[in-house]
Design a protein around this ligand. Structure first.
Ligand code: CS2
Length: 495
């Protein structure tokens, strides 16, 4: 049967799920909403929503999730006919396992009705507002991680605070209304891949609030908690093939199932003045400070991921597991992790870093995931600083080589020209894509391209463009890529 020939997943069809599929055994009708989540994409649904589903199943019914989409209605349209239910398929190459998740109660689409979102956020039962809005959702300048006051959504939200567009605008307006109502503020929980994500969110939220009124800025600084978190689970975009597999295996069709790997990790700073779900009972690690975990994950996992994505795409590979099989890539990543990234990480006593790195490479090799290099290549301007450039800064400080990290940066530069090695156009998705196009138009030499990119202060800051060692190392890597192509460069033939 095709997915459309199966009945649709919903509360009333749940009893017809295949027997071996895990499902919410709790009474969803009794669940109260305690969390508003902004950015209800695939990652949240494979990660925080799964941990929260376990909490609800354990009998604590205060933590249902109200999802908010800040842009399109796609997720709401898929989940509403399913009463918020969806399937998580876990794949490791030896077979799939399936679990239906019930923690998302409803999804609101912010642009359709901003007031409904604000009304939900001021409800005193909401204790946590969490976010997976991706790097660009923070409306900041990536190099400095401070609010981009010229961002068009920020300009709009400052002029018209009661009908916001950005996550930041919604948060500040909701906190202002709670303060005026005498309701305690919610805790803000960033779950995006940013360094010190809680601190970063706090910085942009307070700056935005101060631009509205200085008293509001002070109130947020004094009263609102912003714990930082490290989140990890690889979640590729869902395809129609995945939909068919899920329908066949579970017996019910699901308009938007989520594909993911067995690995999942969440490390959170335990600072929730108005309470939190007992996520710790389900594998979440609560610590005093997540900085060391975050740097480790961002530099080792995400830094390698982006390097594999740019160079792998250029070498003609569609998925990360294909890239890992191609000559030289696994060795490049291993050497980059061991020689160039590990020495930049703060110590984590008792943590087995070698096992962690070996596990990362095994995760990248998972053949069942089909994680597209093109997907990871998206939004490079927002990702480069925390994934590769800060690591390079540390290497410069240590006066140590960083050739492999530089090759990753050069891979991005080559990719962002918008043409692959056979001259075919690349669909470069990035908030700065037009700027790349203008800056690189007609430039073909590595020196000209390097200059064009290094003028982007929001990515490279003020220090790197003037650093001769940085210019030379990245310039050499770019020249090699342009001359030899990515496959030969990585395979070592061109070195
Ligand atoms: C990836 C991440 O798309 C990307 O940029 O590097 O989404 C990565 O899969 C996750 O951070 C893994 O936890």
């Amino acid at each position: 049967m095709t997915p459309t020939e199966h009945d649709r997943l919903s509360t009333s069809t749940l009893h017809r799920l295949a027997k071996d599929v895990n499902r919410p055994e709790y009474s969803r009708g009794q669940v109260r909403t305690g969390i508003v989540h902004m950015g209800i994409g695939a990652f949240h649904r494979a990660h925080q929503a799964v941990y929260t589903d376990s909490v609800l199943a354990s009998g604590d019914n205060k933590w249902g999730i109200l999802g908010v989409s800040l842009r399109s209605g796609d997720t709401r349209d898929a989940l509403a006919p399913q009463d918020g239910l969806y399937t998580v398929a876990t794949r490791d190459g030896s077979g799939d396992s399936f679990r239906v998740i019930g923690s998302i109660e409803k999804v609101l689409v912010a642009p359709e009705n901003p007031e409904a979102v604000l009304a939900a956020m001021v409800d005193p039962e909401i204790r946590i507002v969490s976010l997976t809005v991706t790097e660009k959702g923070y409306c900041y300048s990536p190099a400095s991680a401070s609010l981009d006051e010229r961002h068009e959504d920020i300009v709009h939200d400052l002029a018209d605070p009661a009908t916001p567009r950005s996550a930041i605008g919604f948060i500040v307006e909701a906190l202002a209304r709670r303060r005026d109502n005498g309701t305690e503020p919610f805790t803000l929980l960033s779950c995006d891949n940013l360094p010190a994500n809680g601190e970063t969110l706090k910085r942009v939220v307070i700056r935005f609030a101060e631009l509205r009124d200085s008293g509001l800025g002070k109130f947020i600084r004094d009263k609102v908690a912003f714990p930082s978190t490290m989140v990890d689970r690889i979640v590729p975009a869902t395809t129609d093939v995945d939909r068919t597999i899920v329908a066949e295996a579970t017996g019910l069709s699901d308009a938007w199932p989520i594909m993911t790997e067995p690995f999942t990790q969440w490390v959170v700073e335990d600072h929730f003045p108005t309470g939190r779900p007992a996520w710790d009972k389900f594998g979440v690690a609560f610590v005093d400070n997540v900085d060391a975990f975050e740097l480790m994950k961002l530099r080792l996992l995400n830094g390698s991921h982006s390097t594999l994505a740019y160079l792998g795409y250029l070498a003609g590979h569609e998925t990360v597991s294909d890239v890992m099989k191609a000559e030289g890539f696994n060795a490049l990543i291993e050497a980059m992790m061991d020689d160039e990234i590990s020495p930049t990480l703060p110590p984590l006593p008792g943590f087995d870093l070698d096992a962690y790195k070996a596990q990362l490479r095994a995760r990248f090799c998972n053949p069942a995931l089909r994680h597209r290099t093109w997907q990871i290549a998206m939004d490079g301007s927002q990702k480069l600083p925390q994934r590769l450039l800060n690591t390079i800064r540390k290497r410069l400080e240590q006066k140590q080589p960083f050739d492999r990290l530089a090759l990753g940066v050069a891979g991005w530069m080559r990719y962002a020209t918008g043409f692959d090695e056979s001259g075919k156009a690349i669909d470069v998705r990035d908030p700065l894509a037009n700027e790349f196009k203008q800056r690189t138009a007609g430039k073909t030499s590595s020196a000209d391209l390097l200059d064009a990119y290094l003028g982007l202060e929001q990515i490279f800051g003020q220090d790197l463009p003037g650093n001769l060692e940085f210019r030379r190392t990245v310039g050499d890597a770019l020249a090699r890529l342009l001359r030899e192509g990515a496959a030969r460069t990585v395979a070592g033939k061109a070195l």
